[in-house]
Structure formats: structure tokens, C-alpha cells
Design a protein around this ligand. Structure first.
Ligand code: VAH
Length: 313
């Protein structure tokens, strides 16, 4: 079976559905710490799980014959800055335990998301390469960088087949974001269809790498389904689709909602966004396992504005 930790999160909500559609609901166990959040999963197994409860996790893996784990639970960048040691502890302890469990129980595959947050203020900002200076200055970024080192270590030392992607900001209409610096790019659509004014917590020209959720799901499954020998990078792959600023996403929405209005009120998240790249070079992912994105900003906006108004959470 496939175990998904943090299944009710922004990425997990959609990735769990996609995995259940492929492997059959009986072979997928969606877990989250919040029992209420699990109610939305109708066509797969569910279980309440606190990822910090190592015994419960080990029992679940053994009792349910789990062979793959998608470990998606983490404290994201903005929330992490409010509670640094809690974020470090949860993000790192949980990953180390999943890697150790994979080694002990000889699990087939592990998936663990990294992020563009591994890059820092002195990383090349434009077309950021796969290999470069990475001095992240958020707890979330530090935990993702350390996590990448551990993933590569467990692959090289113990043969654990762990795979990872450095996601850009992810945008989808089927789930709400969970405390990231790119959350504005999801919230803006909700304000547009509600006919309300939007206040951006990032300044208008704050460029960030971004990706529509269907592309993120496709990349994750393409990577996880790739033959082992094609997965040449065992820290985490750079991954990219587009880059845009709050002004540009606003303009793409205004085409559909001419009355929509925006103002800019940068907060503490501006400093985090400023430490991240403007754009990413993901040529390694395209070369090693054939990554191709589908969605541009205009195509994403049209798709979200088509579905969000009638989507019930
Ligand atoms: C965050 N959404 O903002 C996440 C992501 C690149 C950003 O890692 O923390």
C-alpha cells in the first residue's frame, strides 16, 4: 500500500486523489493529524496520524503492508518563522524517521517535497541552476536543505529509493494554502470571484517561480514512476513552469473580472520572497525523466476561474 502523510494539506489534497485514481482507493492510506480534514477523502483508506508519533507510524506501515510513503507534512515558510524550533523539529525529525523506517522495513519508494526555499539571498536569482550556492535564511528553507542532504545520504549509504522535487509556489483551486509565502497567489482568485478588493502581502514586482497544481501532480508522478536509473539526482530536482509577480497575476485575472482591484501591503513575507529566486533552471528534470510543464499563467487563470466559482470545499 501507499501511505500519504499530511494528505489533507494543499499539495496532499490533490496528490492523494491522483494516486488513489491510479492505484485504487483500497491501496492508498491518506493520513493527517486533523481527523475532520480526512472526511473529504471518499475513495481511499484514511487514518489519523501525528507524524511525530513514531510508534504509530511504524505500526501503520507494518499493519497495512505499506511499501511507499509520500511524506508531505511540514511547517511551511511563513508559519515556520513564527515558531522556528517547532518547525525545525517537525520537518527534520519526521523526515529522519521516515527514512529510517524505509531502511529498516525495506520500503520500495519514498517521496519527500523540497522547495525553492532551499535557495538564499546569495543564490543566482535568474535561471537558478541545479547546483549553486544555497544559504537559505528561513527555518523552512534550512530544513529543506538539510532534508535534501539526508535524502541523498540514505540513498547512497543504504539504497533507500527516496525522490524529491524543489517545488515553486503551488497554486490550485481544490485546496487552501497552508502558511506559505506564495499563498497570496491562491487567495487572489478567491477574492476575485467574491467581487472583493485584494490586498497583496507582497509588493507588485515581487517575481517568484510558480506552478499550477496539475503540473505539480504530473511532475511528482512522472518522477515517482521513472525507472530508478533515470533518477540521477537524489538530493532534489529543480522544477519550474512559470514565474510571475502579484501585478502580473492580477492583470491575468482582470481580463476576466474588469472590476477587480488590488493594493499592495508588504509584510514579513516580503523578506522571505526577496531571498528566493525569480526563475529556475529545471533542465536536469527535463533531461533525466522528461519533465514538461503544461500551464502558463493565462491558461492557469482561465482554468481556475472556470472551476473555482462552482467548487465546493
Ligand atoms: C511556501 N508554498 O511558501 C511554500 C513553498 C516555494 C514556496 O515552499 O513556504
Amino acid at each position: 500500500r501507499i501511505l500519504i502523510i499530511g494528505a489533507a494539506g494543499q499539495l496532499g489534497s490533490e496528490l492523494t486523489q491522483a494516486i488513489a485514481n491510479i492505484y485504487g482507493g483500497d491501496n492508498v492510506i491518506a493520513t493527517d493529524i486533523n481527523p475532520k480534514a480526512l472526511e473529504k477523502f471518499e475513495n481511499c483508506r484514511t487514518a489519523v496520524l501525528d507524524v511525530m508519533d513514531k510508534d504509530a507510524l511504524k505500526d501503520l506501515v507494518k499493519d497495512q503492508n505499506v511499501k511507499q510513503i509520500y511524506h508531505l507534512a511540514a511547517v511551511l515558510s511563513a508559519t515556520g518563522e513564527k515558531n522556528p524550533l517547532f518547525a525545525w523539529n517537525l520537518n527534520m525529525e519526521s523526515l529522519l524517521f521516515v527514512l529510517e523506517l524505509a531502511k529498516e522495513e525495506k520500503l520500495d519508494k519514498i517521496y519527500w517535497p523540497s522547495s525553492i526555499a532551499v535557495f538564499g539571498p546569495n543564490t543566482p536569482k535568474v535561471n537558478t541552476p541545479q547546483y549553486c550556492v544555497k544559504e537559505p535564511n528561513t527555518v523552512y528553507g534550512i530544513s529543506k536543505q538539510a532534508g535534501e542532504r539526508w535524502c541523498e545520504y540514505y540513498f547512497q549509504k543504504y539504497g533507500v529509493d527516496v525522490r524529491s522535487l524543489r517545488y515553486p509556489g503551488l497554486i490550485g483551486y481544490k485546496s487552501l494554502p497552508g502558511g506559505g509565502t506564495t499563498d497570496y497567489a491562491v487567495d487572489i482568485y478567491h477574492k476575485a470571484i467574491a467581487g472583493e478588493h485584494f490586498v497583496s502581502f507582497l509588493q507588485e514586482d515581487s517575481y517568484l517561480p510558480m506552478m499550477y497544481m496539475p503540473d505539480a501532480i504530473k511532475a511528482t508522478l512522472d518522477l515517482m514512476h521513472a525507472p530508478k536509473e533515470q533518477v540521477k539526482i537524489r538530493s532534489s530536482y529543480n522544477l519550474s513552469a512559470m514565474s510571475f509577480s502579484p501585478k502580473e497575476i492580477f492583470e491575468s485575472i482582470k481580463v476576466h473580472y474588469p472590476e477587480f482591484s488590488i493594493s499592495y501591503k508588504p509584510d514579513f513575507r516580503q523578506e522571505i520572497a526577496d531571498s528566493w529566486p525569480d526563475s529556475i533552471d529545471d533542465s536536469c528534470a527535463r533531461k533525466d525523466w522528461g519533465w514538461q510543464h503544461d500551464y502558463s499563467l493565462e491558461k492557469m487563470t482561465a482554468d481556475i476561474l472556470k472551476h473555482l466559482p462552482s467548487y465546493s470545499f
